[in-house]
Design a protein around this ligand. Structure first.
Ligand code: HEC
Length: 737
């Protein structure tokens, strides 16, 4: 491409980009918020109408374009009011429903991901059983989605082109900085072409996303309302800056010095890299997104330096063959540093996405990932051939063996082509729903039983659901008490083994002669006796006992924390800060150890750079280890005043939901404690050290890897703060005084 053509293309692209940007009438889009789980669950058969349908999606939701509807068998809407969202759980949306008669209901959802901007739609069915427990008539309705669903193949192609442009651009800047003399003049046309292509690709992504939402009119609100849109804007502006700088440099080289030019282009490259990582799948996972983003950024940067650098190296060598051996030597160090970073960061971010082995073999994402892996292996083989066989021999022969030079050149081109193919496969990956979201729901065990006992006239039946260790609902229905109605019903839980003392709890009256209790009173697997104590208006209280076998249901706990999946944390004992710190240590350490080698090839400046990066790695590692990160909830203020009422609400909630693990006295010795990976901490010791917001965050979201469940689905905000107040009042002696 001649200078003049490149310059005019750039000017044209800049003009178009600027016009579009000034209209601000465009939008963008690129993660998918898919259904992770639902309450009531997919295909659930319910005995009673739910009051609310809650969906947990895989990514943060953009509120104005995400919604839930509930349709009955005839397609009539049964939801009321707007779809509601949760501030604490940005991946959750819910809607209230009218009282649902027995029947089959279809839940229809639409989402726009806050992170990657993809729109998605889906539906699932649940049913409300007849009063006698039999399956209802009717069926789910077929949904004609108004929005197109998954992105089309064209999107993946555009994404691939955009990624290749990014990698080539960053590689060109890198090679221009790395080689002496700088080959910037040779590489300018490629940089210009990458920028033009990226402007077009970014424009396409934005417009396609708007069309997917309905029409072009949606460009504005998504662009300015979603995280994805904000990042695309940044990329857009950076590209405009690059286009202007390149045009000036091509038309009037005297105006900008080479160094200034490279600084500007380098900054553009960084913004461009950041804008791509910030809207990746890695950025979209719930907790740990900072590290997901970081790994993606590392991965992409390493790919750009290595693959993009290699392509540009080949172009630079062709233009200036005399400099070949020195150029290849300088580059090979960079490639050798990038390759392990690329591999390790890529594997880590893949582990975040892959919840288990099935996620790898059963999903499209997994298939694309395996394809990528195969090409990647070929790439590493070619790279190893170049680095360990051809380059040393070429250098030893000082470039005199022409046959060898030719072979080396060919294998370098193969390496570059494989690298670009890997990038293409990666683009496909970004467009597919990650296996995190494609996972079927955990099969929920259900051992629900109904036991009936008669005491003279009075018949008491007790339904226990799901009748597993952990959280259960006990519903008692009493009949035959016309002359002497029941005014209260207590449940007493006795474990077969007398070492566990009985617990007596009052139930709530939910209907005429119907009483209900929810909580985690089955602390252990085995035989439990549940005594119903019927308090009656004119005395003559009755006790009717039923005996049930309770299995361990801990795995199927209805409140499993919203975790990223089994593999989401590579080492379960290490949190994201630990992993980040380990990383910084390893990279810093490698740079430090390789100083002599780096100094030899890159000269004293290179040696200094390695020294600085080694030290930097160490500092980053230390900062991360000492916990620079803000603990979730640290800055959250308690909106509920610590009153006697709040504390007593909290106490009741604690007895019902928490004492089974934490023990009545908060010592961590509840009956369920032994079944946990580690017993709960003693509150008297721990609570004083943590501010309210942190306790609240733990109660709401659970504590990963410990068995402490997330309570945000079950307990309201108010209830969770009441619990915090209860903990503060009872276990923080200083605060209680
Ligand atoms: C299934 C068992 C279980 C239940 C039920 C349970 N927890 Fe926990 N909880 C744990 C475990 C295990 C831990 C982690 C112990 C640790 O590392 O401190 C924990 C930790 C906590 C912590 C942090 C303690 C600290 O300072 O480290 C708080 C606060 C807490 N739970 C509150 C509650 C509340 C409130 C409830 C009831 C709504 C509840 N838990 C129900 C098992 C449970």
């Amino acid at each position: 491409m001649s200078r003049r053509i490149a310059a005019s293309l750039l000017v044209l692209a800049t003009l178009i980009a600027a016009v579009i940007a000034s209209n601000a009438g465009w939008d963008s889009a690129s993660a998918h918020a898919l259904l992770a789980r639902a309450d009531p669950p997919i295909n659930a058969a319910l005995r009673e109408s739910p009051t609310r349908i809650t969906l947990f999606m895989t990514e943060q939701l953009q509120r104005s374009h995400s919604s839930v509807q509930v349709l009955d068998s005839s397609g009539q809407r049964r939801d009321i009011g707007e779809t509601e969202f949760s501030d604490e759980v940005p991946t959750q949306m819910n809607v209230r429903v009218l009282k649902l008669d027995p029947g089959v209901y279809t839940v229809v959802w639409e989402t726009l991901s806050e992170v990657d901007g993809h729109t998605w739609t889906g539906s699932y069915v649940f049913s409300v059983l007849n009063p006698d427990g039999s399956a209802p008539a009717g069926s789910g309705v077929e949904i004609d989605f108004s929005r197109p669903g998954p992105p089309v193949a064209a999107d993946a192609v555009v994404k691939a082109i955009g990624l290749v442009a990014l990698v080539l651009f960053v590689g060109a800047v890198f090679i221009s900085v790395l080689l002496r003399p700088s080959p910037i003049a040779t590489l300018l046309p490629l940089m210009a072409a990458s920028v033009v292509v990226a402007i077009v690709a970014t424009g396409y992504e934005s417009i396609a996303a708007a069309l997917r939402l309905g029409d072009i009119g949606f460009l504005g609100d998504v662009l300015f309302d979603t995280r994805n849109g904000l990042w695309l804007q940044q990329r857009w502006y950076a590209l405009i800056v690059a286009a202007i700088a390149l045009s000036v440099f091509l038309i009037r080289p005297a105006l900008i010095r080479e160094r200034q030019m490279l600084t500007i282009l380098g900054l553009v490259g960084i913004v461009w890299l950041a804008s791509s990582s910030a809207i990746s799948h890695g950025a979209a996972i719930g907790s740990g997104w900072i590290w997901g983003t970081l790994f993606d950024a590392l991965h992409l940067s390493a790919a750009a330096l290595w693959i993009g650098g290699l392509v540009n190296l080949i172009i630079a060598i062709r233009a200036n063959p005399q400099n070949r051996i020195a150029a290849v030597r300088r580059f090979s160090v960079a490639a050798a540093l990038s390759a392990p970073v690329l591999l390790a960061a890529g594997l880590l971010s893949a582990l975040i996405q892959i919840p288990n082995f099935n996620g790898l073999v059963d999903t499209d994402w997994g298939a694309a990932f395996l394809v990528k892996l195969v090409i990647l292996i070929a790439l590493f083989v070619a790279a190893a051939g170049n680095a360990f066989l051809l380059r040393p021999r070429d250098e030893a022969a000082d470039g005199a063996d022409l046959q060898l030079v030719k072979r080396f050149g060919r294998l370098m081109r193969i390496e570059a082509a494989l690298g670009l193919a890997v990038i293409g496969a990666s683009a496909v990956l970004t467009q597919l729903p990650s296996p995190l979201s494609a996972q079927p729901e955990v099969e929920q065990k259900d051992n629900t039983v109904v036991e009936t006992v008669a005491r003279g006239e009075v018949i008491a039946s007790l339904e226990i659901s799901p009748n597993l260790v952990g959280f259960n609902t006990w519903t008692a229905t009493i009949s035959g008490t016309q002359d002497n109605p029941v005014e209260a019903l207590l449940l007493r839980f006795r474990y077969a083994d007398r070492s566990v003392g009985p617990v007596t709890v009052a139930t709530t009256e939910i209907g005429e002669d119907q009483f209900q209790l929810e909580g985690a009173y089955f602390g252990l697997p085995g035989s439990w006796t549940v005594e119903m104590e019927l308090r009656r208006v004119s005395g003559d209280d009755l006790v009717a006992a039923v005996q049930v076998d309770v299995e361990s249901g801990f795995q199927a706990s209805p409140f499993a924390a919203d975790s990223g999946g089994a593999l989401s944390l590579p080492l379960s004992q290490m949190d994201w800060n630990g992993i980040g710190a380990l990383w910084a240590f390893v990279i810093g350490g490698l740079a430090w150890l390789n100083r002599p080698r780096i100094r030899r090839t890159w000269g004293p400046r290179g040696g200094d750079a390695a020294l600085v990066s080694g030290l930097l790695g160490l500092i980053v590692a230390l900062v991360l280890l000492t916990g620079l990160h803000v603990e979730p909830g640290r800055t959250l203020a308690n909106p509920v005043e610590l009153t006697a009422e709040s504390v007593s609400n909290g106490a009741a909630l604690f007895a019902a939901n928490c004492a089974s693990c934490h023990g009545d006295t908060g010592a961590g010795d509840g009956p369920l404690a032994d079944s946990l990976p580690a017993p709960p901490a003693n509150f008297t010791v721990h609570v004083p050290f943590h501010p309210d917001g942190v306790l609240y965050a733990w109660i709401s979201d659970g504590i990963r890897g410990t068995g402490m469940p997330a309570w945000s689905p079950q307990l309201s905000d108010q209830e969770r703060w009441d619990l915090v107040n209860f903990l503060r009042a009872n276990f923080d002696l200083a605060a209680a005084q």
